[in-house]
Design a protein around this ligand. Sequence first.
Ligand code: ADP
Ligand code: ZN
Ligand code: ZN
Length: 726
Amino acid sequence: MSIVQVALPIPMRQLFDYLYEGDELSPGVRVKVPFGSRVLVGVVLGTVSNSTMQAEKLKALLEVVDSAPVIDHVLLKLCHWLSSYYHHPIGEVIHTALPVALRKGLSSQPKPIPFFRASDNDDEKVEKLLGTAKKQRLLMAFLADKEVEGSTLKQHFSTAIINAVLKKSLIESIDKTVEPDLNWRDNLTLSDKPRANIEQSLAITAINQADTGFKTFLLEGVTGSGKTEVYLQGIEAVLEQGKQVLILVPEIGLTPQTVSRFKSRFGVEVGVLHSNLTDNERLTVWQQSRSGQLPIVIGTRSAIFTPMKSPGMLIVDEEHDGSYKQQDGLRYNARDLAVLRAKEHNIPLVLGTATPSFESLSNALNGRYQHLLLSDRAGNAAHAKQNILDIKNQPLQFGLAQGMIDRIEQHLRQGSQVMLFINRRGYAPALLCHQCGYVEECDRCNSPYTIHKQLNKIQCHHCGSARSIPKQCVQCGSDEVVPYGLGTEQLEQGLANLFPDYSSVRIDSDSARGKTRLSELLDMVNKNQHQLLIGTQILSKGHHFPNVTLVVILDADGALFSADFRASEHLAQLITQLAGRAGRAEKPGEMWLQTHSPGHPLLQDLVHNGYGHFARHALLERKQANLPPFMFFALFRAEATGARLPHEFLAEVSGLFRDLAHVIVVGPIPALMEKRQGRFRMQLLIQSDNRTVLQRALAERMALLEQLPLARKVRWSIDVDPQDFV
Ligand code: ADP
Ligand code: ZN
Ligand code: ZN
């Protein structure tokens, strides 16, 4: 009997011991174990000779699921790192790292496929049984001296025919496991590619030179500068060596176009991983990447956990994108994890973006990453010109100043498309009583309801609660309740009034709901079926609209005065990304930003000097203000149905971190959104100018913290390198 230590998907920072009789189990093998009254699937992490548990309390394993580890040693090492860096229980980390099908305990091996073959019969018997059945004869001839996959046979013969010969025992069905086809290297093709310009060549050469070791590149290239082309030419040599490439993209940047660009360049299969797949589809890509069958895998955040037989390079496209950070459970950043993974595999990593995150930019400027720049659009496309429109004191129609309306008209008349960005979906962000000023609020979140006219509902965007639009004010009884402010739905209506001759389309998370809806909408835009595009953030990500020559940002002033220190970075990224959607080769574009603060330094710097200049300058300000990436943050969040307990809990937590050298404690303070879904939310910020000091402090205090009696009375979490303070 030996004792195995098992990581289980439960929120406890420990391993669990179970008795086991048999050959030693390798770390990474899944087992089924009894836990309380349940049976859980866990992963073996080690074997020990003594348990801290009393011998008579130890239970036995129920079942060993795998014959070989489902997590290789590199991924296992990364799981340990994630657990210690994000202070998250190892069992839950491993759970996150596995595809759902494997979490449930299903087989990690490809499913056997049914095949048919002729049974062993003497010719005379076969003759007799077939008689005059013509089609059955054809089928027997088809199966002469070969085994045929069930699905292939069914393409040639009806089920009735197949069943008839099966019944006569002339053929039999067998299940076969198909060996993975690892020969893609021999079939690599290189279809035509554009000749790289000088900056692209420099980048490609640098990347190729690194293909024998770990190195991180920051590829900073304006939109349309040919970053994707650099990835394509940069991975050529990797693929030719028979090595695999893993590419991360933001959730909504993953379009069929992206995938087909890689497929058609190399003429190979590309595995795709995103949130709209079934568990089985995900598992198949996982298996094929693990067996080495897939040369290229493209996926969103959690694809960073995809095993590879012979990893050759990692790429994170749009590395600044917020979707790489998981916002619940294990709050990891897939971009940061990519750096560690590349290091473990000893392979290069390329982080690409037009608008680098301050973290990555800082690493490039201080020499930790190699900085590659693409400063011009590829081919002969020009940059979109960026402009600011002062709307102080101007009459607005549907949020648009007259000058803007005229300009939109001009572009439409020239046969171009116009894109309008507004950050709010729905009809209007509030319902206001004109008589008494009362605003309808969700009392679970203390925030105004958004009006959705098409649904005839008011809805809270924080908790999803909704009800029909009230006809009267609940406070004074007046029936003069009116929409306040502007949302995408209302703008869509307004544009139909202002430009009746042109068709508009709204692209936001309401209209693009459903698996294929977004690509359908984008398709219609590219076919010029709509001339006016209205949308939210979705529009800023990855899609190219060659016929759009004017981008209008209706109002971004809110972000200029936000309490979140990252708001200006995110606003600058958004504006730059939006401007990048406009114009292509023959059609130069322009972007206009409406604002009440035309003199704001951020806007001035951005518009006149570009994101690169703005970011380098803003980075200096972060340094002076002692903010990330020069300070390291860990944020404790706590919530409960009353405000008192979270405050008391975090006050006790803050006591654990006081009096530590180089550690600063801020709070407890209310979260930016103080109440949400009926719960009061508080925060405590722990900072240090030294990552190691912060990590050590957290590691040392975590056990004490969990023993605080209040830790069981509030819902709490820790977020290392938090991205927001909502
Ligand atoms: P990014 O990924 O930076 O947005 P892409 O790689 O998609 O840029 O390139 C933008 C467009 O320019 C694409 O249509 C691409 O085919 C084209 N392109 C890229 N590099 C070159 C080049 N060296 N010469 C001509 N066209 C290029
Ligand atoms: Zn009223
Ligand atoms: Zn709510």
